[in-house]
Each structure stands twice: as C-alpha cells, then as structure tokens.
Design a protein around this ligand. Structure first.
Ligand SMILES: C[S@@+](CC[C@H](N)C(=O)[O-])C[C@H]1O[C@@H](n2cnc3c(N)ncnc32)[C@H](O)[C@@H]1O
Length: 216
C-alpha cells in the first residue's frame, strides 16, 4: 500500500477490479514476500484501459521487471500487435519472458535486455503508447526521445510521479526524502508539465501516474 490513497480506498478499488487473470494473480502473490517495485492491479487496469481505448498496436515499456505491467499492457494488444519492453537485469528479463509465455502473450512481446538509455536509440517508432517505469533518474534524460517515438495522439504514461508524496512540498517529513530519485522525479514532473508537445493529467492512484497525450 502507498501513502497517497488511504488503505480503505485501495482495498475498495481492489475488490472492484475484476480485470486480472491467474498469471497476474500469481505474480502479485509471489511478490508479497519478494517486494519488487511492480505496479499494482489498479494501475495495471488503468494501463490496459488506456491501451484499449486508443486501439494501441505498438507499445513501448521502459522497466520490464518480471513482466507484470507488461502483461496488463500486452493483453490490450490485438493479434499482430507488439509490446517492446526493456530491462537491464538479465535474470528479471528471463523471468519476464517466462511470465509472458505463461500468459499466452509470447507472440506479441519482445523483451530487450540492456540499458534503456542505450537501447532506446536503436528502437524505431512510432508507438501508440509508452510506459515509463525504469530508473527514476532516467525519466528526464529519456523524455524527449520518448516523445519523438510517440505518434501524435499517442500516450506517454509514467509511474511513481508522486513518489510517496516526497515530491510534494510539506507532505512528507522522512529524513531521506530529498534524495536523487525524489529530485529526479520532481524535475521530470516540471518538464512534462511544460513540454510543448504534451498535454498531461496526473492521477493520484497508488504512487501517482501521469498520463500525457502527444498533441503535435
Ligand atoms: C519499477 S521496476 C519495473 C516494474 C514493472 N514495470 C512492473 O510494474 O511490473 C523498474 C525496472 O527497471 C529496470 N531498470 C533500471 N534501470 C534500467 C535501465 N537503465 N535500463 C533498463 N531497465 C532498467 C530495473 O532493473 C527494474 O526491474
């Protein structure tokens, strides 16, 4: 549970969310003890709704981990659609491929192993939707490249933009709140808000999700 949405509301939303499947449930259950920083099912459902709403056929994800958010995204793709998802950690990427196969999605997912900052230069657009959920200090350095890879009308979705409230002046009083990630996300939020090609709304769901449409 995060600190943005009260626990009772998160439980209520979780009970209403019927969009999961057994593979997603198994990953989430296994992650209770493991503690990887995966999106939760409510953010997953949001990703799937948005990808479905725009009829996405090409999706790019930065930060695969073990494929949890990727499964939510890839389930929105039609046959012939493609999710390209990038992961630095070889073991996580291997596990993600297994999870995509278990979910019956191996035919529409390409897991790229390596540093997204380097790999992104070799990817060809356009993409209908890009989900940014990798290293927080890379959010701003990747921003203009990701916007260039999006089609006009496409969506750039970014997770953790409220960072447990640490980016919000006066909200959090933790001793180590003003760290490199907090500053990186705060800077990213400012850049996205002022970006000449993006129109953005931020949803205070879980850890904060920004949704930007490429306007031109
Ligand atoms: C927050 S997790 C992704 C969670 C995943 N999107 C989900 O919700 O299921 C971030 C992932 O990005 C990966 N990562 C960090 N830096 C990266 C980089 N430079 N290039 C590619 N992946 C990176 C980490 O290894 C980690 O698995």
């Amino acid at each position: 549970m995060g600190v943005i949405v009260p626990d009772a509301v998160e439980h209520y939303l979780a009970e209403l969310n019927t969009a999961g499947n057994p593979v997603l449930d198994a990953i989430a259950a296994g992650n209770v003890t493991r503690g990887l920083p995966l999106v939760d099912a409510e953010v997953g459902a949001l990703l799937r709704v948005l990808a479905t709403a725009i009829g996405a056929t090409r999706i790019l994800e930065i930060g695969t981990a073990i494929g949890y958010s990727g499964i939510w995204l890839a389930r929105a793709l039609p046959v012939g659609g493609m999710l390209v998802t990038m992961e630095f950690d070889e073991e996580r990427a291997r596990e993600a491929r297994e999870n995509f196969a278990r979910a019956g999605l191996a035919d529409r997912v390409s897991v790229v192993v390596g540093d997204a900052q380097l790999k992104i230069a070799k990817v060809s657009g356009p993409f209908d939707l890009i989900f940014q959920d990798g290293d927080k200090t890379l959010y701003t350095p990747l921003l203009d490249r990701l916007v260039a890879l999006l089609r006009p009308g496409g969506l750039l979705i970014t997770d953790n933009v409220l960072w447990d409230g640490k980016v919000v002046p006066g909200f959090s009083t933790g001793a180590h709140d003003d760290n490199v990630d907090t500053r990186a996300i705060a800077e990213y939020n400012r850049r996205v808000a002022a970006h000449p090609h993006l129109l953005t709304s931020t949803i205070p769901l879980r850890d904060g999700v920004s949704i930007s449409v490429k306007t031109s």
